[in-house]
Design a protein. Structure first.
Length: 227
């Protein structure tokens, strides 16, 4: 649930019409649909705009942990490309360009995904050896994040690896991001979600070195092993 939209819209309706709809199922369903449209507008791919919609990648492939280092690690342990990797919220599907046929990218908002589908609606035939969620589990309230984490863990084979890039609650400085509800990840929540979903945290840290200047701020990366 997008708390920003829910709070603002329910308050406006109460002031304008003297009706409290904040607990109505129909109202909450409308908020969910509106939230999805706002996310689609911001993250969606539109080839008429040349470089896509309003969002563009602000992190450095060369410097970030979830960039060159991650790719080289996978290439070293899997030279024969036998691993399967699911990239959840793949955006422009850049990891497929770097890691080839190992990768299947899903994204409900970007036409460059292999499969245009959301976390909630994706039902794979088989689980994957590695699952990436590099910025895609960052929107909504804690229950939404919890549910999406459980889905992502479910996509992974037992003993497999999950890589998450998590936003510590930083809102993008763009007008179209105003109504996006960025979740405030903490190390405590990373550990809790991992434990609750049957995973062991292997490593957690900052994605970029502290010397880097990153528009929209640094992010956590965390590597889990599914028990």
């Amino acid at each position: 649930m997008n708390k920003k939209i829910h709070r603002s819209l329910s308050k406006w309706i109460e002031q304008a019409y003297e009706q409290d709809v904040s607990q109505d199922a129909e109202f909450n369903a409308f908020v969910e649909k509106l939230d999805d449209r706002i996310l689609h507008t911001y993250f969606g791919w539109d080839q008429t705009k040349g470089d896509g919609g309003y969002w563009t990648q602000q992190t450095s492939y060369e410097h970030r942990w979830t960039g060159k280092r991650l790719v080289e690690e996978i290439q070293a342990i899997d030279p024969d490309e036998k691993l399967t990797i699911l990239d959840v919220g793949c955006g422009r599907n850049e990891f497929k360009e770097r890691l080839g046929k190992r990768v299947t990218g899903i994204d409900p908002y970007n036409a460059l995904a292999d499969i245009p589908v959301s976390i909630e609606d994706y039902n794979p035939v088989e689980q994957s050896d590695w699952v990436f969620a590099l910025g895609s589990i960052n929107f909504g309230d804690q229950q939404t994040i919890y549910n999406q984490v459980e889905r992502v863990v479910g996509f992974c084979k037992p003993g497999g690896t999950i890589i998450i890039r998590a936003n510590p609650g930083i809102t993008h400085d763009h007008g179209k991001a105003r109504w996006i509800d960025f979740f405030n990840w903490t190390e405590e929540l990373i550990n809790k979600f991992a434990t609750d979903s049957g995973c062991t945290v292997v490593e957690t840290g900052w994605d970029h070195p502290s010397t880097d200047t990153v528009r929209w701020g640094n992010r956590y990366y965390t590597q889990w092993r599914k028990n």
